[in-house]
Design a protein around this ligand. Structure first.
Ligand SMILES: *[C@@H]1O[C@H](CO)[C@@H](O)[C@H](O)[C@H]1NC(C)=O
Ligand SMILES: *[C@@H]1O[C@H](CO)[C@@H](O)[C@H](O)[C@H]1NC(C)=O
Ligand SMILES: *[C@@H]1O[C@H](CO)[C@@H](O)[C@H](O)[C@H]1NC(C)=O
Length: 211
């Protein structure tokens, strides 16, 4: 009979461990990390590389005002302004003597701050010298975020076009006057040379392509 009494403390310990674990092990799950939502306003300088063609982009993201600006400097070339409004209207223009402008009406507006929600976690990888968490969003973009600072470091589009994040100024906002598309964007005169929209949209972060 004594031999039956003996296992009791062990069973109690076992049950205690199960109980403790069910309460505390679950509260520290090894869940996949999720991407940090974009700050509602930021300025970023990006170095872009598309098969060796280099550009520097000044990115001004401004969610509260429903607008997003890509100012694209081609290497030893012109500067292209890609101004997007949350109502779906985009303007692509130059500010040089060529006075080129095109506008486009997209189905959706700019990227939401949480546009990376639901991205698939792929693990950690060293990129541009930073240890990053990596996610993939609908076979469209691969996104690399610094493990420590949670800032974006790098992203790659399905086209192979890649962005290297050089600066990331949270809260920085471009003055209102700079968001005004030039008057020739509103000129219906056919003699104006327009920029083919398809060539501009490729590889630039567009809400329509991810949502
Ligand atoms: C740009 O990307 C190409 C591969 O597409 C690579 O060979 C080249 O070294 C890159 N250039 C720079 C400046 O990163
Ligand atoms: C969207 O907003 C911009 C900036 O206010 C404006 O220029 C454009 O005409 C608007 N587009 C539509 C379709 O309302
Ligand atoms: C259109 O542009 C041409 C060349 O700049 C100019 O001669 C013409 O008067 C313009 N037409 C209108 C309706 O503005």
């Amino acid at each position: 009979m004594a031999s039956l009494a003996k296992p009791t403390p062990r069973i109690t310990l076992f049950l205690f461990l199960i109980f403790t674990c069910s309460r505390f092990c679950k509260s520290t799950p090894d869940q996949d990390p999720t991407p940090t939502p974009w700050p509602h306003q930021f300025h970023s300088i990006l170095v872009m590389n598309y098969s060796g063609i280099l550009q520097v982009i000044d990115l001004w993201y401004d969610w509260p005002n429903g607008r997003n600006f890509n100012i694209i400097q081609h290497q030893l070339g012109n500067v292209l302004y890609d101004l997007e409004w949350n109502n779906g209207t985009s303007f692509f223009y130059t500010l040089d003597s060529s006075k080129k402008c095109s506008s486009a009406q997209l189905e959706v507006g700019i990227l939401r701050p949480n546009w990376l929600d639901g991205a698939k976690y792929l693990g950690q990888q060293h990129v541009d010298g930073f240890l990053c968490n990596v996610w993939e969003k609908v076979d469209f973009i691969w996104y690399y975020e610094d493990v420590v600072t949670k800032r974006p470091v790098h992203w790659v589009f399905y086209t192979g076009r890649e962005a290297h994040v050089m600066t990331f100024e949270v809260g920085a906002a471009l003055e209102d006057a700079k968001w005004q598309a030039p008057v020739y964007c509103f000129d219906k005169n056919d003699s104006l040379t327009s920029i083919p929209v398809e060539t501009m949209v490729d590889g630039v972060l567009k809400g329509s392509a991810v949502l």
